[in-house]
Write a protein that binds this ligand. Structure first.
Ligand code: MTE
Ligand code: MO
Length: 397
């Protein structure tokens, strides 16, 4: 009773500011819209957002390295990008559940009256509005991206990247503003020792809610993570991709038809290698060069990934034959006539790596048209978008 009265008086410090009856905010009597629950869910959400931010940075710098970084990108571990991007998407999906739980816990605060109490309060609410909007934007654009649906006029990659910084900044601000509350409510033990009122201690309600949120996160994860974590592939009922489904046992993101790579263009194909000693090769000549067989993943930025056996000619051998100086980088141009992935560059680390191939075969069979016939790039620790298909020209840089 006492607690209620003090809360009411805090909400309506001036009688004249009480809203008219018709606009009177709803009253929330549930015990789980409190700071302890918000902290308990918030720390998991915060951890998830941190993982998404860091793995997103990795993805960004592997895909769009600034020129000073490109030569130093590490081609090992070969499975590195598979791990970081698998985590990015899996944790991002889990974050959707955590974000909804967190918003449910705190949404009664939308009805706090008066809505703005002071300049400080106004700024705090503005920062929360930015935080919520930016985080919702990130998880929703990410979700639609893994489904390859782009119902918006802006570029996904640039916008998702830019707004990630807004989320990071507003999370830090939020943590700073809420630090005293977070400290007080961090663990049930600290809440207990501080002799909080009963309603703020962990009771069966809160434990049930947290268990429910945990179960929902588990369910979302188990039914989607199989798209990159292949031992769970049989369970990936909700994942947009199944790592084993596609020609030659591997998914296809863009088919030859979608890329405008016609059978006629493939028949006329010759590999052109441009460098100090330029040359061209037809497919028979390319297949007659020393072949290397490697096991490497395709790890798509959209979260699916799968290992496969690739056979082909080492890119560094092709470059050497063109008289490439040591440490040269490479530009790769596809037969594809348009599209964002027609031209790709790789720094010297990738170009020199013995695992980086101009592949002619996938799982011991000639590449199918959709996997890049006649020849495609496969390199370790690289985003799938850079594993250029239908390669027509290599330019030593
Ligand atoms: N030329 C070209 N290469 C491309 C693409 C493309 O659209 N055009 N898509 C890329 C993407 S996004 C991925 S994930 C991989 C998929 O390779 P796969 O279809 O052989 O599995 O190819 C990459 N190579
Ligand atoms: Mo991809």
């Amino acid at each position: 009773m006492k607690a209620m009265r003090s809360r009411t008086s805090r909400r309506f410090p001036f009688p004249s500011l009480a809203p008219p009856a018709a606009l009177r905010p709803p009253r929330f009597t549930g015990r789980l819209h409190d700071a302890r629950t918000a902290t308990a869910v918030g720390r998991w959400l915060g951890a998830a957002l941190a993982v998404c931010f860091l793995t997103g940075l990795v993805s960004h710098f592997l895909q769009h390295p600034p020129h000073w970084l490109a030569p130093h990108l590490p081609p090992r571990p070969a499975w590195g990008y598979r791990l970081t991007q698998g985590l990015h998407v899996a944790v991002g999906l889990a974050a959707i559940v955590l974000l909804l739980a967190k918003l449910w816990t705190v949404y009664p605060r939308l009805f706090v009256w008066p809505p703005l109490r002071s300049v400080r309060h106004a700024l705090e609410r503005l920062s929360v509005a930015v935080l919520v909007a930016a985080t919702l934007f990130e998880v929703l654009t990410g979700l639609l991206n893994i489904a390859q649906w782009y119902p918006w006029p802006f570029g996904f990659v640039q916008t998702h990247y830019a707004v990630a910084w807004v989320v990071a900044g507003s999370v830090l601000l939020h943590l700073a503003v809420k630090a005293p509350g977070i400290r007080a409510h961090w663990s049930s033990r600290s809440a207990g020792t501080r002799a909080l009122p009963d309603e703020e201690r962990d009771g069966p309600d809160r434990r049930t809610l947290l268990l429910g949120v945990g179960a929902a996160v588990g369910a979302v994860t188990v039914t989607t993570v199989g798209q990159s974590f292949t031992p769970l592939a049989p369970l990936d009922l909700l994942a947009p991709r199944h790592p084993g489904h596609g020609p030659q046992g591997l998914p296809v993101n863009r088919t030859a038809a979608a890329a405008g790579v016609t059978p006629a263009a493939v028949r006329a194909w010759r590999l052109e290698v441009v460098g100090p000693r330029p040359y061209t090769l037809d497919l028979t000549e390319l297949a007659a060069l020393p072949q290397t067989r490697v096991r490497l993943p395709i790890a798509c930025v959209e979260g699916w990934s799968a290992d496969a056996w690739w056979t082909g000619v080492r890119v560094r051998d092709l470059m050497e034959r063109a008289g490439a100086p040591p440490g040269a980088a490479l530009r790769v141009v596809s037969l594809e006539t348009q599209g964002a992935y027609r031209v790709m560059e790789m720094g010297r680390g990738y170009a020199q790596d013995p695992l980086t191939l101009l592949a002619l075969r996938l799982n011991d069979a000639v590449l199918s048209p959709d996997h890049g016939h006649p020849a495609r790039i496969i390199a370790p620790n690289r985003p799938g978008v850079l594993q250029t298909k239908w390669v027509a020209r290599l330019e030593v840089l």
